[in-house]
Ligand binder design. Structure first.
Ligand code: NI
Length: 149
């Protein structure tokens, strides 16, 4: 495993729409392992592949109850609303208030290509929405109500 460099805001790679993963191979496994290590080292709760310069639909989330690897994730259902502070490893030292759904159901594939569904509420729902946005070139500042100090 290796720590990868986290791309910072302003890099055009963060504005691209990522392509689906079609090959569930060793290269994908290495990417996921590296993303996990990079996220934990940076003390983040989520990381998306474009943040390490890879334009594929891959992200990792861990809000404190275990790692979730999402490949080709799709939000299938959204419920309720939450408003809260959000930051991004690509925008260090900043945060802003963003309105998100309070509960989301995500369908995705695991590193072997198996499809699964995961439900997130609160912080986990926020992380899912934030990371899946990255796969479409969207950063939280596009949705921010106001930045906070
Ligand atoms: Ni982010």
């Amino acid at each position: 495993m290796a720590i990868r460099n986290i791309v910072k805001e302003g890099d055009p790679v963060l504005r691209k729409v990522c392509r689906s993963v079609l090959q569930f191979d060793e290269k994908l496994a290495t990417l996921l392992d590296d993303m996990k290590e990079t996220m934990y080292r940076a003390e983040g709760v989520g990381l998306a592949a474009p943040q390490v310069g890879i334009l594929r639909r891959v992200c990792v989330v861990d809000v404190g109850d275990g790692l979730i690897e999402l490949i080709n994730p799709v939000i299938e259902a959204m419920e309720g609303e939450q408003e809260g502070a959000e930051g991004c490893l690509s925008c260090p030292g900043e945060s802003g208030i963003v309105k998100r759904a309070n509960k989301v159901t995500v369908r995705a594939q695991d590193r072997f290509g198996n499809t699964f569904t995961v439900v997130g509420e609160g912080l986990k729902a926020r992380a899912f929405q934030h990371e899946i946005d990255h796969l479409d070139g969207i950063i939280y500042k596009d949705r921010v109500i106001k930045m906070v100090r």
